[in-house]
Design a protein around this ligand. Structure first.
Ligand code: ATP
Ligand code: MG
Length: 589
């Protein structure tokens, strides 16, 4: 119950899916005394990405919905790839997403002693042996999908010899690769995972928690099921690639006397268009300098998305929207953007910022005067209040909002044309000043004092409303615009898998000459705004300084590149729902 409370941010957020149905049935049949206990088991070998968010929402969400518990467990059995930096970032990401493991933070490495004892028990039962074939030989003996494997010549070592060798593997007598401990199952099994899989290997590496205490490390398949059982997990949820490992998961637990036998259930991992989701592949982008670190706002990592301005609730909503099924597919990046837009539309204050400025001089506005106008922070939410907007003789508008020689359908500012400045006045362009190379340096206008606030008392209309800032009051800022990281829909299947060959060269644009309305002075890191007409932006948590603020564009106001309309996204969602229904029926056969 405690858990239900702490995870209430997401309680009820999970819509129906086949895993939820299984859990629901188990609870109603009083299986596991009606208890639900899940876990999220990341390997600390990189930062979490949006795919992990799907698993986090599923595991913590199920626990919360069924008044159960969810553990955070680091699956840290490969010392050479793991690091405390990753352990820390993972904890911070899970918390930020709104979930709480309370006092149930575990490490597989905490169980090394127990796991060693379990391995000894398997040896004593004649169900495990020390094999001294080389890695290549083991591969050769393993056979293939079409051919059975062959028994290792070491398969029939006596229990005593195995116990002695395993003990000496532990004490560091041997070198990496000299021996492995293997489960004795069936070299002719049609399932390759059952052909005497290795369960322990020698690895003389320093572990980030156990230091040099161990030089043998248990393999994933041996560690995972036993860790689940030690923690009393009821439903061990993992991605589809582990489906073929389930017989091994069950074999280990059946052979050993363990506290309980959790049920492994597999679901389809999340793939998203125009990106890669794998820590190993993301690490390569970081190491080769294609991005500026794991939290680069272009990265699909939770840290990157957070820094870019995604809210935790928009990520949770996205995860709920895509659902949980049994069939692999790729979700359109546009759906993720739709989720963040929907959330930020409700929660972000509106402000004005000019990203590519051009000067406007109001000729009939008195020199040296300024006045304060007012605009609401949100057009539909009065509780957000108002901000003051200083107006003066010299303003900035967007270069794109002016054309000297406009085509027919251009309704914004042009010579002789009257437009509205948001919450301010109607202005009319009277003149344009250029430098020697023909670039516009100043646009001259007149204003109509009677239109203060943005409406003409005589009822005359204008066809455009533009954003602006007062030049003398504006805050100068740097603004970073992001586009998708890859230019191919599926980077992994392009260029023979060399996904770095299709990185989008325009994924980052830095604008250093931007002007913000003064209400943004002192905006806190990570605070989010809608810059009117331009998109949703957030204060960069790493590089922004009080005197030189840096803003990241989270997302544009509309989907500018895929031209996916709200209807299209909704249709896509309906398709996901339909598919989910189909999958549920399949999985219950
Ligand atoms: P990666 O390839 O990114 O390293 P992984 O599966 O090796 O992924 P783990 O740290 O082992 O990463 O994952 C922790 C949990 O998150 C696992 O239960 C895993 O199944 C799940 N997970 C990982 N990637 C995805 C994904 N793309 N979609 C859904 N769940 C995922
Ligand atoms: Mg992994």
């Amino acid at each position: 119950m405690q858990n239900e409370k702490s995870n209430s941010a997401v309680a009820g957020a999970q819509s129906g899916n086949f895993i939820r149905n299984i859990v629901e049935q188990d609870v109603s049949n009083n299986k596991n005394d009606g208890q639900v206990h899940t876990r999220f088991p990341p390997e600390p070998n990189g930062y979490l990405h949006i795919g992990h968010a799907k698993s986090i929402c599923l595991n913590f969400g199920l626990a919360s919905d069924f008044s159960g518990l969810c553990n955070l467990r680091f699956d840290d059995t490969n010392p050479s790839k793991e690091d405390v930096e990753y352990v820390d970032s993972i904890q911070s990401n899970v918390k930020w997403l709104g979930f709480d493991w309370e006092d149930r933070l575990y490490y597989a490495s905490d169980y090394f002693e127990k796991l060693y004892d379990y391995a000894v028990r398997l040896i004593k039962k004649g169900k495990a042996y020390v094999c001294s074939l080389s890695v290549d030989e083991i591969k050769k003996y393993r056979g293939s999908r079409t051919e059975p494997g062959q028994n290792s010549p070491y398969r029939d070592r006596s229990v005593e010899e195995n116990l002695d060798l395993f003990e000496r593997m532990r004490t560091g007598v041997f070198e990496d690769g000299d021996h492995v401990l293997r489960a004795k199952i069936d070299m002719a099994s049609p399932n390759l995972n059952m052909r005497d899989p290795a369960i322990y290997r020698i690895k003389k590496d320093n572990h980030h928690r156990t230091g040099n205490k161990w030089c043998i490390y248990p393999m994933y398949d041996f560690t995972h099921c036993l860790s689940d059982s030690i923690e009393g997990i009821t439903h061990s949820i993992c991605t589809l690639e582990f489906e073929d490992h389930r017989p091994l998961y069950d074999w280990v637990l059946d052979e050993l006397e363990t506290p309980c036998h959790p049920q492994q259930i597999e679901f389809a991992r999340l793939n998203i268009s125009y990106t890669v989701l794998s820590k190993r592949k993301l690490l390569k982008l970081v190491e080769e300098g294609h991005v500026n670190g794991w939290d680069d706002p272009r990265m699909p990592t939770i840290s990157g998305m957070r820094r870019r301005g995604f809210s935790a609730s928009s990520i949770r909503n996205f995860c709920d929207r895509i659902g949980v099924g049994k069939r692999e597919g790729t979700v359109d990046l546009a759906l993720l953007e739709f989720s963040v837009r929907e959330d930020l539309n409700n929660t972000s204050p509106r402000v004005m910022a000019v990203l590519k400025p051009v000067k406007v001089v109001i000729d009939n506005y008195p020199e040296g005067r300024s006045e304060e106008l007012e605009g609401p922070y949100h057009p539909e939410d009065a509780s957000m209040g108002f901000r003051k907007l200083p107006f003066s003789k010299t303003l900035y508008i967007e270069q794109d909002d002016f054309m000297e020689d406009p085509p027919k359908k251009f309704f914004r500012l042009s010579p002789g044309r009257e437009v509205r400045l948001r919450y301010a006045y109607f202005i009319t362009c009277t003149d344009v000043i250029k430098d020697e190379s023909g670039n516009i340096t100043e646009i001259h206008c007149t204003y109509d004092p009677a239109t203060r606030g943005g409406d003409a008392p005589d009822g005359r209309k204008v066809k455009a409303t533009m954003h602006w800032v007062s030049a003398e009051h504006a805050i100068k800022a740097e603004v970073r615009l992001y586009d998708r990281l890859f230019s191919e829909l599926n980077p992994e299947s392009s260029n023979d898998g060399d996904y770095t060959a299709c990185l989008n060269p325009d994924s980052l644009k830095v604008l250093t000459d931007c002007y913000l309305e003064p209400s943004l002075a002192g905006a806190k890191p990570e605070s989010r705004y809608q810059f009117e007409r331009l998109g949703y932006f957030c204060v960069d948590s790493r590089d922004s300084k009080d005197d030189t603020p840096v803003f990241n564009r989270t997302v544009t106001l509309r989907d500018s590149w895929a031209k996916i309309t709200k209807q299209k996204v909704l249709r896509q969602e309906q398709n996901v729902q339909k598919k989910k229904k189909k999958q549920d029926t399949i999985s219950f056969k």
